[in-house]
Design a protein around this ligand. Structure first.
Ligand code: IPD
Ligand code: CA
Length: 267
């Protein structure tokens, strides 16, 4: 049975509380699909509301910790060495289209290091969580990355550049190279969940560029605590602020890195 620390309890309670209204909002969004205007404003409000609810709950229990969130200004807390990094809805486009693959992502950064993280998928009620040095879990179950070593057996997650996201001129070459060697590529629409899926061994690997810290802060810890290698797509150190990420078990990480490098090589 997984043992949650007092801090993790606070985080999980905050996320569950914020998710209740979000689940109701999602039901409403499904109804709005048929309206001409679509659910755009409604979704923006759901996003902001979730952000507010998370902040409120976290501030109540840990008033000294600051925030970096997708929806608001950064807030430096009384304890400037710690902040929550929050994405209230990762997978907003899915949410807006009534597709149930979205998640709340909350991470705690302490002295520049992510020490706790949650990716919660409210529709499937899957709570992925990790604390540094304590392993990664899905609800009560300990997670391990997939052990597959043969690229031909792997399912790889990715994010395809789209409107409003910096385009990556190398992307199609990278995708071609990886698609040619793996059993399947998935574009799920939530980088936070993609990394949680790597942690759970559902995806054998994941790569994407152009991400923001709140998309991946909790997911990086989850994947690492489950045994994944997590680097930038050039193999370099910390992907958090570069927004450029490659996660997989060691063997698959090495192969994907070579494929990406080769695809990027100037002709
Ligand atoms: C997006 C998701 C998506 C990724 C995008 C992100 P959002 O976050 O993580 O998978 O491909 O680049 O911006 O906008 O849904 O919070
Ligand atoms: Ca996001």
């Amino acid at each position: 049975m997984a043992r949650t620390s007092p801090l993790m309890n606070i985080m999980q309670q905050a996320v569950r509380k914020a998710s209740r209204r979000l689940v109701r909002d999602f039901g409403e969004v499904e109804n709005l699909q048929v309206s001409r205007k679509g659910p755009g404003d409604f979704v923006t409000n759901a996003d902001i509301r979730t952000d507010e609810k998370l902040r409120e709950a976290l501030l109540q229990s840990r008033p000294q910790i600051g925030f970096m969130t997708e929806e608001g200004e950064d807030v430096v807390g009384e304890d400037a060495s710690r902040r929550w990094i929050i994405d209230p809805i990762d997978g907003t486009t899915n949410f807006m289209h009534g597709i149930p693959m979205f998640a709340i992502s909350v991470a705690l950064e302490e002295a520049g290091e992510i020490t706790a993280g949650i990716v919660y998928a409210p529709i499937s009620d899957e709570m992925f969580w990790a604390e540094k040095g304590q392993g990664a879990y899905l609800n009560d179950r300990r997670l391990r990355v997939a052990a597959r070593r043969d690229m031909g057996d792997t399912v790889i997650g990715t994010g395809i550049p789209h409107l409003g996201r910096a385009s990556n001129p190398d992307y199609l070459a990278e995708m071609n190279a990886i698609a040619a060697e793996c059993a399947g590529i998935r574009r799920m629409g939530s980088a936070a969940l993609d990394l949680a899926y790597v942690a759970a061994g559902r995806f054998d690997g994941f790569w994407e560029t152009g991400l923001r810290p709140w998309d991946i802060a909790a997911g990086i810890l989850l994947a690492r605590e489950a045994g994944a290698m997590v680097t930038r797509t050039d193999g370099g150190g910390d992907p958090l602020f570069k927004g450029d990420i490659l996660a997989a078990n060691e063997a698959i990480h090495g192969r994907m890195l070579r494929l990406i490098r080769h695809a990027r090589r100037p002709a």
